[in-house]
Design a protein around this ligand. Structure first.
Ligand code: LCS
Length: 394
Protein backbone atom coordinates (compact mmCIF):
# COMPACT_ATOMS: atom_id res chain seq x y z
CA UNK A 1 0.00 0.00 0.00
CA UNK A 2 1.29 3.43 -0.95
CA UNK A 3 1.82 5.80 1.99
CA UNK A 4 -0.03 8.62 0.20
CA UNK A 5 -3.26 6.65 0.62
CA UNK A 6 -2.79 6.44 4.39
CA UNK A 7 -4.25 8.65 7.08
CA UNK A 8 -1.81 11.03 8.81
CA UNK A 9 -1.35 8.93 11.98
CA UNK A 10 -0.55 5.84 9.87
CA UNK A 11 1.89 7.92 7.81
CA UNK A 12 3.69 8.90 11.03
CA UNK A 13 4.37 5.23 11.69
CA UNK A 14 5.33 4.19 8.15
CA UNK A 15 6.82 7.21 6.35
CA UNK A 16 10.43 6.95 5.28
CA UNK A 17 10.61 3.25 6.15
CA UNK A 18 11.81 0.86 3.43
CA UNK A 19 13.06 -2.72 3.16
CA UNK A 20 16.24 -3.57 5.05
CA UNK A 21 18.77 -6.34 5.45
CA UNK A 22 17.73 -9.19 7.78
CA UNK A 23 14.13 -7.93 7.69
CA UNK A 24 14.86 -5.08 10.11
CA UNK A 25 11.58 -3.15 10.51
CA UNK A 26 13.31 0.15 11.26
CA UNK A 27 16.01 1.88 9.20
CA UNK A 28 19.48 0.82 10.38
CA UNK A 29 21.82 3.51 11.72
CA UNK A 30 24.52 3.96 9.08
CA UNK A 31 27.00 5.48 11.51
CA UNK A 32 29.68 6.06 8.91
CA UNK A 33 31.33 9.18 7.57
CA UNK A 34 32.09 7.71 4.15
CA UNK A 35 31.06 4.97 1.70
CA UNK A 36 33.33 2.58 -0.22
CA UNK A 37 33.22 2.71 -4.03
CA UNK A 38 33.16 -0.53 -6.05
CA UNK A 39 36.00 0.76 -8.22
CA UNK A 40 37.36 4.01 -9.68
CA UNK A 41 34.70 4.16 -12.40
CA UNK A 42 31.93 3.75 -9.81
CA UNK A 43 33.38 6.60 -7.71
CA UNK A 44 33.54 8.82 -10.79
CA UNK A 45 29.98 7.93 -11.82
CA UNK A 46 28.69 8.77 -8.32
CA UNK A 47 30.41 12.16 -8.37
CA UNK A 48 29.07 12.87 -11.86
CA UNK A 49 25.57 11.92 -10.70
CA UNK A 50 25.30 9.19 -13.37
CA UNK A 51 24.39 6.57 -10.75
CA UNK A 52 22.48 6.73 -7.46
CA UNK A 53 24.39 6.03 -4.27
CA UNK A 54 26.26 7.36 -1.30
CA UNK A 55 29.64 9.09 -1.23
CA UNK A 56 30.10 10.95 2.04
CA UNK A 57 27.69 11.53 4.95
CA UNK A 58 27.75 15.35 4.69
CA UNK A 59 26.35 14.88 1.17
CA UNK A 60 23.89 12.05 1.75
CA UNK A 61 23.41 9.21 4.25
CA UNK A 62 20.70 6.51 4.18
CA UNK A 63 19.61 6.96 7.83
CA UNK A 64 19.38 10.74 7.40
CA UNK A 65 17.59 10.30 4.07
CA UNK A 66 14.97 7.98 5.61
CA UNK A 67 14.11 10.61 8.23
CA UNK A 68 14.12 13.39 5.61
CA UNK A 69 11.70 11.41 3.42
CA UNK A 70 9.41 10.89 6.40
CA UNK A 71 9.25 14.59 7.29
CA UNK A 72 8.78 15.60 3.62
CA UNK A 73 5.86 13.18 3.36
CA UNK A 74 4.24 14.40 6.58
CA UNK A 75 4.52 18.05 5.49
CA UNK A 76 3.22 17.23 2.02
CA UNK A 77 6.46 18.45 0.46
CA UNK A 78 8.66 17.14 -2.35
CA UNK A 79 11.84 16.49 -0.35
CA UNK A 80 13.49 17.62 2.87
CA UNK A 81 16.99 18.45 4.10
CA UNK A 82 18.02 17.47 7.61
CA UNK A 83 20.08 20.08 9.44
CA UNK A 84 22.16 20.18 12.61
CA UNK A 85 19.64 22.45 14.39
CA UNK A 86 16.63 24.61 13.71
CA UNK A 87 18.96 27.58 13.38
CA UNK A 88 21.06 25.64 10.81
CA UNK A 89 17.85 25.08 8.81
CA UNK A 90 16.90 28.76 9.03
CA UNK A 91 20.38 30.14 8.27
CA UNK A 92 20.83 27.71 5.36
CA UNK A 93 17.43 28.73 3.95
CA UNK A 94 18.28 32.43 4.13
CA UNK A 95 21.76 31.87 2.67
CA UNK A 96 20.36 29.81 -0.19
CA UNK A 97 17.53 32.18 -1.10
CA UNK A 98 19.03 35.64 -0.53
CA UNK A 99 21.76 37.78 -2.01
CA UNK A 100 23.15 41.21 -1.24
CA UNK A 101 20.53 43.93 -1.82
CA UNK A 102 17.58 41.65 -1.03
CA UNK A 103 14.95 42.45 1.55
CA UNK A 104 13.07 40.21 4.00
CA UNK A 105 9.74 40.88 5.68
CA UNK A 106 9.79 39.01 8.99
CA UNK A 107 7.43 38.69 11.95
CA UNK A 108 8.38 40.90 14.88
CA UNK A 109 7.71 37.99 17.14
CA UNK A 110 9.98 35.11 16.09
CA UNK A 111 12.47 33.00 17.98
CA UNK A 112 15.09 35.53 19.22
CA UNK A 113 18.13 34.17 17.31
CA UNK A 114 16.17 34.21 14.01
CA UNK A 115 15.60 37.93 14.47
CA UNK A 116 19.20 38.59 15.49
CA UNK A 117 20.50 36.46 12.60
CA UNK A 118 18.78 38.83 10.18
CA UNK A 119 19.75 41.96 12.12
CA UNK A 120 23.37 41.23 12.91
CA UNK A 121 24.69 38.54 10.53
CA UNK A 122 22.78 38.76 7.25
CA UNK A 123 22.88 42.57 7.44
CA UNK A 124 26.69 42.28 7.11
CA UNK A 125 26.12 40.70 3.69
CA UNK A 126 23.79 43.45 2.50
CA UNK A 127 20.46 41.79 3.36
CA UNK A 128 17.89 44.16 4.81
CA UNK A 129 14.95 43.12 6.99
CA UNK A 130 11.74 44.79 8.14
CA UNK A 131 10.00 43.38 11.21
CA UNK A 132 6.24 43.72 11.37
CA UNK A 133 3.21 42.24 13.10
CA UNK A 134 2.53 39.64 10.42
CA UNK A 135 -0.63 38.60 12.29
CA UNK A 136 -2.07 41.86 10.89
CA UNK A 137 -2.07 41.06 7.16
CA UNK A 138 -2.03 44.73 6.08
CA UNK A 139 1.28 45.17 7.91
CA UNK A 140 2.88 42.64 5.54
CA UNK A 141 1.39 44.41 2.55
CA UNK A 142 2.80 47.76 3.75
CA UNK A 143 6.28 46.33 4.42
CA UNK A 144 6.81 44.59 1.07
CA UNK A 145 9.21 46.41 -1.30
CA UNK A 146 10.33 45.75 -4.90
CA UNK A 147 13.46 43.96 -3.57
CA UNK A 148 11.56 41.78 -1.04
CA UNK A 149 12.61 38.19 -1.70
CA UNK A 150 11.23 36.45 1.40
CA UNK A 151 8.22 36.86 3.63
CA UNK A 152 9.14 34.88 6.76
CA UNK A 153 6.74 33.94 9.57
CA UNK A 154 6.31 31.65 12.52
CA UNK A 155 2.68 30.78 13.16
CA UNK A 156 1.95 30.50 16.01
CA UNK A 157 4.94 32.66 16.86
CA UNK A 158 7.46 32.18 19.63
CA UNK A 159 6.65 33.24 22.31
CA UNK A 160 3.52 35.41 21.97
CA UNK A 161 1.51 32.77 20.07
CA UNK A 162 0.53 35.30 17.37
CA UNK A 163 -1.23 33.66 14.42
CA UNK A 164 -0.49 34.84 10.87
CA UNK A 165 -3.03 34.20 8.10
CA UNK A 166 -0.82 31.89 6.02
CA UNK A 167 -2.92 32.01 2.85
CA UNK A 168 -3.11 35.80 2.86
CA UNK A 169 0.63 36.16 3.57
CA UNK A 170 1.48 33.73 0.75
CA UNK A 171 -0.65 35.74 -1.70
CA UNK A 172 1.13 38.98 -0.79
CA UNK A 173 4.55 37.34 -1.12
CA UNK A 174 3.74 35.78 -4.48
CA UNK A 175 2.18 38.96 -5.89
CA UNK A 176 5.58 40.55 -5.24
CA UNK A 177 7.63 37.65 -6.67
CA UNK A 178 8.86 36.83 -3.19
CA UNK A 179 8.95 33.43 -1.51
CA UNK A 180 6.89 32.60 1.54
CA UNK A 181 8.85 30.73 4.24
CA UNK A 182 7.09 29.36 7.33
CA UNK A 183 8.65 28.08 10.54
CA UNK A 184 6.13 25.38 11.51
CA UNK A 185 7.88 24.35 14.74
CA UNK A 186 5.01 25.21 17.10
CA UNK A 187 2.35 23.20 15.28
CA UNK A 188 4.18 20.38 13.48
CA UNK A 189 2.64 18.85 10.33
CA UNK A 190 0.25 16.89 12.56
CA UNK A 191 -1.73 20.10 13.12
CA UNK A 192 -0.72 22.46 10.29
CA UNK A 193 0.77 21.98 6.84
CA UNK A 194 1.80 25.42 5.53
CA UNK A 195 2.60 24.18 1.99
CA UNK A 196 -1.16 23.67 1.51
CA UNK A 197 -1.68 27.37 2.22
CA UNK A 198 0.92 28.57 -0.28
CA UNK A 199 4.23 28.36 1.62
CA UNK A 200 7.21 27.70 -0.65
CA UNK A 201 9.54 26.45 2.06
CA UNK A 202 8.80 25.09 5.54
CA UNK A 203 11.45 24.99 8.25
CA UNK A 204 11.41 23.36 11.67
CA UNK A 205 13.41 23.06 14.78
CA UNK A 206 13.13 19.26 15.02
CA UNK A 207 14.49 19.68 18.54
CA UNK A 208 10.86 20.32 19.48
CA UNK A 209 7.65 18.45 18.59
CA UNK A 210 9.00 16.47 15.62
CA UNK A 211 11.48 14.59 17.78
CA UNK A 212 9.37 15.17 20.86
CA UNK A 213 11.63 13.71 23.54
CA UNK A 214 14.01 16.58 24.40
CA UNK A 215 17.06 14.48 23.51
CA UNK A 216 18.02 15.76 20.04
CA UNK A 217 19.00 19.09 18.50
CA UNK A 218 18.05 19.13 14.84
CA UNK A 219 16.33 21.07 12.09
CA UNK A 220 14.79 20.50 8.69
CA UNK A 221 13.98 22.37 5.48
CA UNK A 222 11.05 21.08 3.41
CA UNK A 223 10.85 22.14 -0.25
CA UNK A 224 8.27 21.80 -2.99
CA UNK A 225 10.22 20.83 -6.09
CA UNK A 226 13.38 19.14 -7.34
CA UNK A 227 15.11 22.34 -8.52
CA UNK A 228 14.79 23.95 -5.08
CA UNK A 229 15.91 20.70 -3.47
CA UNK A 230 19.07 20.46 -5.59
CA UNK A 231 19.95 24.10 -5.00
CA UNK A 232 19.35 23.82 -1.22
CA UNK A 233 21.29 20.54 -1.04
CA UNK A 234 24.28 22.22 -2.70
CA UNK A 235 24.18 25.12 -0.24
CA UNK A 236 23.69 22.85 2.79
CA UNK A 237 26.61 20.73 1.65
CA UNK A 238 28.77 23.84 1.34
CA UNK A 239 27.61 25.44 4.60
CA UNK A 240 28.00 22.06 6.28
CA UNK A 241 25.22 22.22 8.89
CA UNK A 242 23.91 18.70 8.34
CA UNK A 243 22.30 16.43 10.91
CA UNK A 244 24.12 13.21 11.84
CA UNK A 245 22.80 9.64 11.41
CA UNK A 246 22.16 8.91 15.10
CA UNK A 247 20.11 12.08 15.68
CA UNK A 248 18.22 11.36 12.45
CA UNK A 249 17.41 7.90 13.75
CA UNK A 250 16.06 9.37 17.00
CA UNK A 251 13.93 11.94 15.19
CA UNK A 252 12.56 9.26 12.87
CA UNK A 253 11.67 7.20 15.95
CA UNK A 254 9.97 10.24 17.52
CA UNK A 255 7.90 10.85 14.37
CA UNK A 256 6.10 7.55 14.82
CA UNK A 257 4.19 8.97 17.81
CA UNK A 258 3.85 12.54 16.48
CA UNK A 259 0.09 12.36 15.81
CA UNK A 260 -0.78 10.82 19.16
CA UNK A 261 1.58 13.14 21.06
CA UNK A 262 0.14 16.27 19.43
CA UNK A 263 -3.36 15.09 20.32
CA UNK A 264 -2.42 14.74 24.01
CA UNK A 265 -0.41 18.01 24.07
CA UNK A 266 -3.49 19.77 22.69
CA UNK A 267 -5.96 18.10 25.06
CA UNK A 268 -3.86 19.10 28.09
CA UNK A 269 -3.08 22.61 26.82
CA UNK A 270 -6.75 23.42 26.18
CA UNK A 271 -7.68 22.46 29.76
CA UNK A 272 -4.73 24.38 31.22
CA UNK A 273 -5.39 27.48 29.09
CA UNK A 274 -9.03 27.55 30.27
CA UNK A 275 -7.89 27.08 33.89
CA UNK A 276 -5.33 29.90 33.60
CA UNK A 277 -7.80 32.24 31.91
CA UNK A 278 -10.09 32.02 34.98
CA UNK A 279 -7.26 32.35 37.50
CA UNK A 280 -7.23 35.58 39.58
CA UNK A 281 -3.41 35.83 39.39
CA UNK A 282 -3.41 35.69 35.57
CA UNK A 283 -3.90 38.88 33.55
CA UNK A 284 -4.32 37.27 30.14
CA UNK A 285 -3.68 34.02 28.30
CA UNK A 286 -2.71 33.52 24.63
CA UNK A 287 -3.66 30.12 23.29
CA UNK A 288 -5.00 29.34 19.79
CA UNK A 289 -7.79 27.27 21.35
CA UNK A 290 -9.25 30.18 23.32
CA UNK A 291 -11.90 32.41 21.71
CA UNK A 292 -10.10 35.36 23.35
CA UNK A 293 -7.17 34.86 20.91
CA UNK A 294 -7.32 37.83 18.50
CA UNK A 295 -6.82 35.52 15.49
CA UNK A 296 -8.88 32.58 16.77
CA UNK A 297 -10.91 32.45 13.52
CA UNK A 298 -7.78 32.57 11.32
CA UNK A 299 -6.39 29.66 13.33
CA UNK A 300 -9.49 27.58 12.65
CA UNK A 301 -8.85 27.91 8.87
CA UNK A 302 -5.28 26.66 8.97
CA UNK A 303 -4.65 24.34 11.90
CA UNK A 304 -6.62 21.23 12.81
CA UNK A 305 -6.06 21.69 16.57
CA UNK A 306 -4.57 24.46 18.72
CA UNK A 307 -1.41 22.64 19.87
CA UNK A 308 0.61 22.55 23.07
CA UNK A 309 2.04 26.07 23.48
CA UNK A 310 0.56 28.67 25.86
CA UNK A 311 1.76 32.13 26.91
CA UNK A 312 0.33 34.03 29.83
CA UNK A 313 0.92 37.20 31.78
CA UNK A 314 0.66 37.27 35.57
CA UNK A 315 -1.07 40.13 37.35
CA UNK A 316 2.14 41.15 39.14
CA UNK A 317 4.51 40.98 36.16
CA UNK A 318 8.16 39.98 36.44
CA UNK A 319 8.17 39.31 40.20
CA UNK A 320 5.15 37.00 40.03
CA UNK A 321 6.72 35.21 37.07
CA UNK A 322 9.81 34.60 39.15
CA UNK A 323 7.70 33.17 42.01
CA UNK A 324 5.89 30.76 39.68
CA UNK A 325 9.09 29.63 37.98
CA UNK A 326 10.86 29.07 41.29
CA UNK A 327 7.97 27.09 42.77
CA UNK A 328 6.78 24.71 40.05
CA UNK A 329 7.84 21.15 40.80
CA UNK A 330 6.49 18.90 38.05
CA UNK A 331 6.77 21.54 35.29
CA UNK A 332 10.48 21.94 34.62
CA UNK A 333 12.05 25.39 34.46
CA UNK A 334 13.87 25.08 31.15
CA UNK A 335 13.98 26.60 27.68
CA UNK A 336 13.08 24.60 24.57
CA UNK A 337 9.64 23.11 24.01
CA UNK A 338 7.72 20.33 22.36
CA UNK A 339 8.91 17.43 24.50
CA UNK A 340 6.75 14.99 26.44
CA UNK A 341 7.56 16.79 29.69
CA UNK A 342 5.99 20.16 30.54
CA UNK A 343 8.47 23.04 30.45
CA UNK A 344 8.03 26.57 31.72
CA UNK A 345 10.26 29.53 30.86
CA UNK A 346 10.49 33.31 30.98
CA UNK A 347 11.26 34.69 27.47
CA UNK A 348 12.42 38.17 28.62
CA UNK A 349 15.30 36.73 30.67
CA UNK A 350 15.90 33.59 28.58
CA UNK A 351 15.08 32.78 24.91
CA UNK A 352 14.38 36.38 23.88
CA UNK A 353 17.01 38.10 26.05
CA UNK A 354 19.34 38.81 23.11
CA UNK A 355 16.64 40.79 21.26
CA UNK A 356 16.87 43.56 23.84
CA UNK A 357 14.04 45.20 25.78
CA UNK A 358 12.97 47.61 23.02
CA UNK A 359 12.58 44.86 20.39
CA UNK A 360 10.78 42.69 22.96
CA UNK A 361 8.36 45.52 23.75
CA UNK A 362 7.51 46.06 20.07
CA UNK A 363 7.07 42.30 19.62
CA UNK A 364 4.63 42.20 22.55
CA UNK A 365 6.99 40.16 24.73
CA UNK A 366 6.13 41.72 28.08
CA UNK A 367 8.53 41.39 31.01
CA UNK A 368 6.08 39.19 32.94
CA UNK A 369 5.24 36.83 30.07
CA UNK A 370 5.52 33.16 30.98
CA UNK A 371 5.63 30.46 28.29
CA UNK A 372 4.39 26.98 28.90
CA UNK A 373 5.16 24.00 26.68
CA UNK A 374 2.50 21.58 27.82
CA UNK A 375 3.62 17.96 27.97
CA UNK A 376 1.71 14.70 27.95
CA UNK A 377 1.51 14.13 31.71
CA UNK A 378 -1.88 13.72 33.40
CA UNK A 379 -3.43 17.19 33.26
CA UNK A 380 -4.61 16.95 36.91
CA UNK A 381 -0.99 16.70 38.05
CA UNK A 382 -0.04 19.70 35.89
CA UNK A 383 -2.88 21.86 37.24
CA UNK A 384 -2.07 20.86 40.84
CA UNK A 385 1.53 21.89 40.23
CA UNK A 386 0.61 25.25 38.65
CA UNK A 387 -1.95 25.97 41.40
CA UNK A 388 0.48 25.36 44.27
CA UNK A 389 2.96 27.72 42.54
CA UNK A 390 0.35 30.41 41.71
CA UNK A 391 -0.98 30.58 45.30
CA UNK A 392 2.49 31.61 46.44
CA UNK A 393 1.99 34.98 44.71
CA UNK A 394 0.82 37.37 47.44
N1 LCS B 1 12.31 28.12 15.44
C1 LCS B 1 11.55 28.16 16.55
C2 LCS B 1 10.10 28.52 16.43
C3 LCS B 1 12.12 27.85 17.78
O1 LCS B 1 11.34 27.89 18.86
C4 LCS B 1 13.50 27.54 17.84
C5 LCS B 1 14.18 27.23 19.12
C6 LCS B 1 14.25 27.52 16.66
C7 LCS B 1 13.61 27.81 15.47
C8 LCS B 1 15.70 27.17 16.64
O2 LCS B 1 15.84 25.80 16.78
P1 LCS B 1 17.15 25.07 17.37
O3 LCS B 1 18.31 25.61 16.62
O4 LCS B 1 17.22 25.40 18.81
O5 LCS B 1 16.89 23.63 17.09
N2 LCS B 1 13.44 27.60 20.25
C9 LCS B 1 13.85 27.53 21.48
C10 LCS B 1 13.10 28.04 22.56
O6 LCS B 1 12.03 28.61 22.47
N3 LCS B 1 13.72 27.77 23.67
O7 LCS B 1 14.95 27.20 23.45
C11 LCS B 1 15.10 26.98 22.02
Amino acid sequence: MKNENLQFDSKCVHSGVGEYEHGSVVPPIYQTSTFKFENAAHGAALFKGDVEGYIYTRMKNPTVEAMENAVAELEGGHKALGCASGMAAISTTFTALLKSGDHVVCSKSVYGPTLTLLQTVLSKFGVEATFVDTDITEEIEKAVKPNTKIVYVESPANPVIAITDLEAAAKIAHANNALFVVDNTFMSPALQQPLKFGADVVVHSMTKFLNGHADVVGGIIVVKNEDDYKMMRRILNQMGGVIDPFNSFLVHRGLKTLAIRMQKHTENAQIIAEYLEKHPKVKWVRYPGLKSHPNYEVGLKQHSAPGGMISFELTDGFKAGEIVMNNVKLCKLAVSLGGVETLVQHPASMTHLTMGEAARATAGITEGLVRLSVGIENVKDLINDLEQALVKIQ
